[in-house]
Each structure stands twice: as structure tokens, then as C-alpha cells.
Design a protein around this ligand. Structure first.
Ligand code: SF4
Length: 415
């Protein structure tokens, strides 16, 4: 693999830290850069990984395991490392995790930067439900949240080319039938959540997501039905009617949202517009454009605030994807202006932006794209945090403990 001389063309980590000193914590900046560039592990770093105490991903052909996530010393999570372990980045070298004096450290260009911890394995993981299902197949974990994914297929892909261009989610189920969920599955969900929350202090929230399901009497009705049953199942493990949770799902209409709110313990809702630019939305998300449209998606976000309240509705974006070529912004300055203007509009309606750092993942249409500079991502995180503060929005459903994927929301700790 060869890399261009990108280091000479972009501000370095230390230059970006200096530029945003006093505005953006250096650990948030480091997290962004690691998310942007990915990581690779030395053999010594992987020797520190112990599957009996750490949460691991199955490894490559050599059957090695990899950490499911890293934690920085301020508690910030670096998530979604599942897509980063293969050094897929083609424009910049990934960071290295190496062993230094028996501890794991992030290293770049020969410089030792920060100690990282491997995410702990949750107590429920090796257990079975009463039907014999491994609980590890029912729920996953990120930061301090339990995640359940009842649908393993996104039906935007049913029409070739209609999925989102940055996405490789559900790639293995494209062209196949999705799994049907029965009563046994919902009992398994209940038992897994019940078992998980026995571990004191480990979990702060419950998270549910799937790909989009378009079928039903009205668009997305079957998706709503599946979530209602799954949240009700999880809810039987809690003593209260409502519990800290967020659903990341399609853009439902108000009737569907009200049903979710009335019939389940849900407290927060996220629906991903992905890119805050109408023209780019129709290029990057053709399926979402065909069925709902950019303005329709925005409208449904706004209506969701009537149901869930200000701050309890977030809009997910894949930050940086607005610079994808050939149709995206070639100027980072213009891209930033556009994204922050749209974010400000949503913020005034009580909606927070949950940005994920775009990395050009394998099996996505954008696999060979070049992602933006670190400076861009940090400016965006700073701008989004300012919009959130200006509108007095909390981020309790999506902060560093309850998700850990969104740099602007990591900064809620210093608001
Ligand atoms: S990002 Fe788009 S294509 Fe991927 S799972 Fe979500 S809706 Fe489907």
C-alpha cells in the first residue's frame, strides 16, 4: 500500500490542537483523527488483549482477535473499530496501537501519544438465554450502552444502487431475505437485557437500530411494528414505564412516532439524514430520496420533537461525506458553511446533530474516496457543539457514555 504525501498537505495533529486550544479538548481531536484514519495493531498490542476480560471482535484468517473499542483516559470512546482493523484507509496511514511498558498506547509516525484501554467484556456476554441462544448474538455493547439490532437487512438495497453510498451496513444480506423475528426472539431480548443490567454501573442506556424496512400498510409500518415488539420485550426487564433508550430508525410519520411513544418505554429517537445538503442527499442517499426526500426527512425530524421533546430527537449525519467527489464540495470551507447552516436550522427546532466520522469503508460505493482533513472535522465538531449550546439542547440520549461516536457530543461534558 502506498500513501501520498498527505502529511505535507494538511495540518498535523499538534497544529490542529494548537489552532483549537481552549475550544476543543485535545483528546476529542485525537479521537476524531483516529476515527478518521483507523488503527492497526502490533503483535505486542494484541498480546495485551485478553478475550476473557476484553470485548473482542473475531479476528482475521490468523484467528487473532481485535478490540471492539478503545477508551481514552477521559472516558472518550473510539468506536466502530470493526471497520478499521484491516488498514483499509487508502489515503493516509492508520494510527498504530502498540505495547509500551506493558500498556496499550496510540502511536503515530513513531511518536507515542496516549494510553488506551480495551473495552471491557460485559458480564452477560458468555451466557445463554433459557432457549439456549447465546446472549452475544442478541446484544452488542458500545461505551455504556446495550445495543440490539432486530432487523439484519436494509431494504433500500432491494433496488440495486438505492442504498446510501457511504454504507456497508447489512452488506452481507443484500439480495437475501432478512431474518424474521418470532416470540422466541423477543423472549431472548428480554432475558438478555435483564441479565445485562444486573452488572452494576456497566450500562447507562439501551439502543435499538436496524436497516430500513419499507413494507407495511404505510411506508415503514413493518419496521415500526418490529421496534415496538422489541422495545416492549426489553422494557419488561425494567421497573419503570420509560427507560433511558434511543431508537435509531427510519424517518417515521407522526402517527408512527406517537405509537412508538405511547406503546413502549422509548425516550429518545434518532433518524439519520446522513448529509445536510439537499442536492447531495439525492446523490448519496437515493433510496431515502425516492421514498421520503430531503425536505420530507427534515419535516419528520421536526414533527418528532412534538412527540419526544427538545433534545430527545437527534439527526445522524455522516460527517465529511459532503466532500465526496465528483458531486460533493471541493472546498472544505464551503462544505462547513453549508452543514452548519442546516444544523443551525435543525437546532432551532430542538434537534441535535449526532455526527459520525466518515471513513471510506470497504464494500461501500465510496470505498476509495478521500475523507476530509482533521481540521475540517474539528471545526465541524466545534460548530455543532456551539449550535447545541445556543439552543440549550441536552444530549443525554447520545453522549459519550450512551454512544461515544459523536465528537461534538463528547464536548457536552465541558458545556
Ligand atoms: S445508511 Fe442507508 S443504506 Fe445503510 S443501513 Fe442506513 S438507510 Fe440503509
Amino acid at each position: 500500500m502506498s500513501f501520498t504525501d498527505w502529511r505535507n498537505n494538511e495540518l498535523s495533529l499538534s497544529q490542529v490542537e494548537e489552532k483549537y486550544q481552549g475550544d476543543v479538548p485535545s483528546l476529542v481531536i485525537l479521537k476524531i483523527d483516529v476515527s478518521r484514519r483507523g488503527v492497526q495493531y502490533t503483535d505486542a498490542a494484541l498480546k495485551l488483549l485478553d478475550p476473557s476480560i476484553h470485548y473482542v471482535l473475531p479476528g482475521d484468517q490468523s484467528m487473532r482477535y481485535y478490540p471492539r473499542g478503545l477508551t481514552l483516559r477521559d472516558g472518550s470512546a473510539i468506536c466502530d473499530l470493526s471497520v478499521m482493523q484491516d488498514k483499509f484507509t487508502i489515503h493516509r496511514e492508520p494510527y498504530t496501537v502498540d505495547a509500551v511498558d506493558g500498556k496499550a498506547f496510540l502511536v503515530d509516525n513513531g511518536k507515542i501519544l496516549e494510553e488506551v484501554e480495551y473495552l471491557d467484556k460485559p458480564d452477560f456476554l458468555d451466557k445463554l438465554t433459557t432457549s439456549g441462544t447465546p446472549m452475544s448474538s442478541i446484544a452488542t455493547v458500545r461505551a455504556q450502552r446495550i445495543s440490539v439490532m432486530p432487523g439484519d437487512k436494509c431494504h433500500f438495497w432491494d433496488k440495486p444502487g438505492n442504498g446510501c453510498k457511504f454504507c456497508n451496513v447489512c452488506a452481507s444480506t443484500r439480495g437475501k431475505e432478512g431474518t424474521t423475528r418470532d416470540e422466541k426472539y423477543f423472549r431472548d431480548v428480554e432475558e438478555t437485557v435483564r441479565e445485562a443490567i444486573k452488572q452494576k454501573g456497566r450500562f447507562a442506556s439501551f439502543h435499538l437500530t436496524s436497516g430500513s424496512t419499507l413494507s407495511g400498510k404505510e411506508l415503514f409500518d413493518d419496521e415500526v411494528e418490529l421496534y415496538i415488539k422489541t422495545i416492549q420485550a426489553a422494557g419488561r426487564a425494567f421497573k419503570t414505564d420509560k427507560f433511558p433508550m434511543k431508537l435509531v430508525a427510519s424517518a417515521f410519520n407522526k402517527r408512527q412516532l406517537q405509537r412508538l411513544y405511547d406503546e413502549t418505554g422509548i425516550t429518545g429517537y434518532v433518524t439519520d439524514i446522513e448529509v445536510l445538503d439537499e442536492k447531495l442527499f439525492s446523490w448519496i442517499c437515493p433510496g431515502k430520496t425516492e421514498f421520503v426526500g430531503y425536505q420530507g426527512w427534515k419535516q419528520r425530524l421536526i414533527e418528532a420533537v412534538d412527540v419526544f421533546g427538545r433534545g430527545q430527537v437527534h439527526c445522524g449525519i455522516v460527517a465529511g461525506v459532503e466532500t465526496a467527489q465528483p458531486n460533493g464540495y471541493s472546498s472544505e470551507e464551503d462544505a462547513l458553511k453549508q452543514v452548519l447552516a442546516e444544523a443551525a436550522d435543525l437546532g432551532e427546532h430542538g434537534i441535535s446533530i449526532s455526527e459520525c466520522i466518515w471513513s471510506a469503508v470497504p464494500k461501500s460505493y465510496f470505498a476509495k474516496q478521500k475523507t476530509p482533513s482533521l481540521d475540517y472535522y474539528v471545526a465541524l465538531a466545534k460548530g455543532l457543539a456551539e449550535i447545541r449550546r445556543k439552543n440549550g439542547l441536552n444530549v443525554y440520549i447520545d453522549d459519550y457514555r450512551r454512544c461515544g461516536a459523536h465528537p461534538s457530543q463528547d464536548m457536552a461534558r465541558i458545556d
